[in-house]
Every structure is written in C-alpha cells, then in structure tokens.
Design a protein around this ligand. Structure first.
Ligand code: GDP
Ligand code: IMO
Ligand code: MG
Length: 429
C-alpha cells in the first residue's frame, strides 16, 4: 500500500495544507492524527481560499476525511468550521467526514486554563494559540477526559464529571476562579452532541478496511517537528508528538502504514509564539521575508517571526521523523534577494555544534554559522516545472538537499494548488 504521511519539518506553517490538498487527488482517505484546532492550514484553489483548523484538508476535494483519536476535538469549533466550509460550497456529511469515537474533547475550561496559565507566566509564556490544546492533552494522559463516545451516554456522565471537575476546580481556585458550572456544561454537551454524533465512528475500523482494499491513505500532520513535545524546543512546543510515527497511534492503523514520509519545509524559517530561533532576523531582511511571504498566523493573526533557512534543524527533524523526501515550499518568497544565507552549524559558548542540544538556555544562546549563496533576480513564482527555475534557484535547492541529507520530492512556488513542481511522486514510492 502506497501511503503518504505529511508532516511539518520546522515550527509549523510550512504549507502542509497546500501540499495535502494537492496530493489528495491521489488519495482515497485523508487523516488528521494529532493536534487540534491550533492548526491553521490554508488552501488556495482558483479564486477561493479555504482556511482549515480541525478538518482534514482532503475535505475540500470531497475525499473521505478522518479525524483520528490522537486529535483533541473541540465540538463547538467543529460545528463552526463545518458551517464555514459548507458556506463556501464544500459538501460535508457523515459519509465523507468521520471523527474517532475515542478522541478526547476540548471543553471550555481547557481554554480558560490555557489563557490563565499564559497570563500568569508573564514573560515566560509559551505564546500558545489559546485554544485549550495543552490542558486537553493533560486530561487525556491523566485519564480524566470526556471523549466523543461519552456524548452518546450523557445520562451517565456524573462520575466522569466528578473526576474532571475535582481536578479543574482545584486548579481554578488557585487562579481565583469560580468552580465549573456543571449544569451549564452538561446542557451545552447535550446541545452539541446531536450535531457531532452522526460523524462519530470507529475510524480505526474504517481505516483498516481501507487498508484491506488497498486504498491509499494520506496522513496530514499539524504543527511541525520543532514543536514536538519530545523532539522540539521544549518547553516552547505544543503538547502532542508531531513526528510521522504519531500517524499510527493517532489513527489506529499500524506503523507499517505510515508509508512515504513527506516533510514540508519552507525555503526559509518562521516561528509564531515564543522560544529559541537561532536564525531569526530582527532587521529589514526579516521584515522583507515576512512581507513577501505574508507571514501572519492563520489561527491567531499574529505576525510570524522570520529568518534564514536552518539546515541544522531540518536535518535533525528529518532524522528524528524518518523523512523520506521533502516538499520545499515558498521558494518564490526568496526571489530578488542578492544573497541568501543558510545555517550549517552553531556556536554555543566556546563549542560548535552540528545539531541543536536540548537545553533551553543553550538553544537560546546558539549563534548560527552561515554559508552564503548568491540569490536570483528572475521570478520563480508560479513555476510548474523544474525547467522553469533559474539556475541559481536550482543550486539553492540542491544545496539544501545536500545539507539536510534528504531529497526533494516537490517544490511549491505560490499559494495556488497547481503551482507545484513534481520531482518524485510520493505515492509512487
Ligand atoms: P500549514 O499550517 O503548514 O498548512 O501552512 P499555513 O497555511 O499556515 O501557512 C502557509 C502559507 O503560505 C499559506 O498562506 C499558504 O497559502 C502559503 N503558501 C503555501 N505554499 C506557498 C508557496 O509555495 N509560495 C507562497 N508564496 N505561499 C505559499
Ligand atoms: P500548523 O498546523 C505554527 C505553536 C504556538 C505556540 C506553541 C504551543 O498551522 O502548522 P498550542 O496552542 O499548541 O499549545 O501552542 O505551538 N503552534 C503553531 N505554530 N503552526 C501551527 O500549526 C501551530 N500550532 C501550535 O504558536 O508557540
Ligand atoms: Mg498553519
């Protein structure tokens, strides 16, 4: 079975949504397996722009779309996003969209706690998306979650409410907040259950049946490897594992189904939220990257921090996630730069490193070692074949391949779906 797992190889926003949408034409099912509506995936198809946070990007083409058990699921956001996309003419129904019955819910008090913690952290805040992702994952691991399947058993919810409310009421008291209004929560759950339950399915079964038929599965990662809770720039990370291996545990399909691991890599680097970023440019060049790349967050509208391509980090991401090949996106944003820099190592104190060590303080004082390349003055925007790329742009791509020790499978040259160069078909591998 030729499956593909798409993951971000930097700090998110690499263009995963565009690539998943482009690949979805070849897939029978598209699966989200971690994260939640902290993601923001933008698809541009002709004159329409679609912004998805929780729904798999395959839904825009009408491909069977699955939200796996590894996702934390805000049912109210789900209803809003379905309504928004339906309003844009996307056909969404329980036949083409399934949600794992065993996925944990994000509830309003998770969002409250996310906000209270961030506020209390002051200068030490993570800069989360404020959507309750971390607290919802904590409850999952703490075995307190209310899950989608519980929506079909709300008459029996009292013991579970006792457990989760006892935990959260103590935390809320610490922040000077009143206890959870249990009756209101229950009323809200009754209200939303009717909308969600028709989509709730044993998706592990759906996916294993698809596997038996030889269907092609396209896994859609959210965030990026540098935001992975184990392998990322901890504690400035999200609360899930964002690496390709999570596709298996987060969906109920075994590890051999992960297939071709396609790492999505921006031709430079961005980050939204706090935390170390060795190649960050807080000067006119960084400003220019942000303006040319329209680097504003889809979810929060925050300005993304911008910097040069960091080959050290992407090589590390490719290694820890077993990336087979990359899709290099936003090459067009580099058009017109006189000189381009690529980070090939760091100095931290009096030591040099060819990887990023794990300690936050070391990461914060890592000074990049750069090599320089001439840029190109021609435009790559909208290029759809390798032959359309200027010689110097090809050299840049080839140098990146060498430094990250991973081949390029796709190159993206604009937000538009079809402005994509196919070098090696991930589904054909
Ligand atoms: P995701 O979270 O990885 O799906 O990425 P986002 O959608 O948050 O951010 C990527 C942004 O870049 C979106 O606005 C895309 O429309 C846009 N984009 C994707 N690929 C390209 C590209 O090759 N060139 C340009 N200029 N923009 C792109
Ligand atoms: P996509 O899928 C970029 C970042 C937040 C913050 C950290 C923790 O669009 O690439 P969280 O709300 O998850 O607890 O926030 O992770 N973050 C993202 N940054 N793209 C994303 O998703 C992100 N999802 C979370 O900015 O730094
Ligand atoms: Mg995004």
């Amino acid at each position: 079975m030729a499956n593909v797992t798409v993951i971000g190889a930097q700090w998110g926003d690499e263009g995963k949504g565009k690539i998943v949408d482009w690949l979805a034409i070849k897939a029978d099912v598209v699966v989200r397996f971690q994260g939640g509506h902290n993601a923001g995936h933008t698809l541009v198809v002709g004159d329409q722009t679609y912004k998805l946070s929780l729904l798999p990007s395959g839904i825009v083409r009408g491909t069977l779309s699955v939200i796996g058990n590894g996702v934390v699921f805000d049912p109210w956001h789900f209803r809003d996003e379905v309504a928004k996309l339906t309003g844009q003419g996307v056909d969404i129904n329980p036949q083409n969209l399934q949600v794992a019955e065993n996925a944990p819910l994000i509830l309003p008090f998770h969002r409250d706690l996310d906000a209270m913690r961030e506020e209390a952290a002051g200068a030490g805040k993570i800069g989360t998306t404020g959507r309750g992702i971390g607290p919802a994952y904590e409850d999952k691991v703490g075995r307190r979650s209310i899950r989608i399947c519980d929506l079909a058993h709300l008459d029996d919810l009292e013991p579970q409410l006792d457990r989760i409310c006892a935990h959260h009421d103590a935390l809320r008291a610490g922040f000077g907040q009143p206890p959870i209004d249990r009756q209101r929560l229950l009323d809200d759950l009754w209200d939303i259950a009717a909308f969600v339950l028709p989509f709730a399915k044993p998706v592990w079964l759906t996916l294993n049946q698809a596997k038996k038929r030889g269907d092609r599965v396209l896994f859609e990662g959210a965030q990026g490897v540098l935001l992975d809770v184990d392998h990322g720039t901890y504690p400035f990370v999200t609360s899930s594992n964002t690496i390709a291996g999570t596709a298996s545990g987060g969906s109920g399909l075994g590890p051999s189904s992960v297939g071709f691991v396609l790492g999505i890599v921006k031709a430079y680097t961005t980050r939204v939220g706090a935390g170390p970023f060795p190649t960050e440019l807080e000067d006119a060049t960084g400003q220019r990257l942000g303006e040319r790349g329209h680097e504003f967050g889809t979810v929060t509208g925050r300005k993304r921090r911008c910097g040069w391509f960091d080959a050290v980090l992407v090589r590390q991401s490719a290694a820890v996630s077993g990336i087979t090949g990359i899709a290099l996106t936003k090459l067009d944003v580099l058009d017109g730069f006189e000189t381009l820099k690529i980070c090939t190592g760091y100095t931290i104190g009096d030591q040099t490193y060819d990887y990023l060590p794990p300690h936050a303080a070391d990461q914060a004082r890592a000074v990049p070692i750069y090599e320089e390349m001439p840029g190109w003055q021609e435009t790559t925007a909208g290029a759809r074949s390798w032959a359309d790329l200027p010689a110097q742009a090809i050299k840049y791509v080839r140098r990146i391949e060498e430094l990250i020790e991973c081949p390029v499978a796709l190159v993206s040259t604009s937000p538009e779906r079809e402005d994509t160069i196919l070098v090696r078909d991930p589904f054909a591998d």
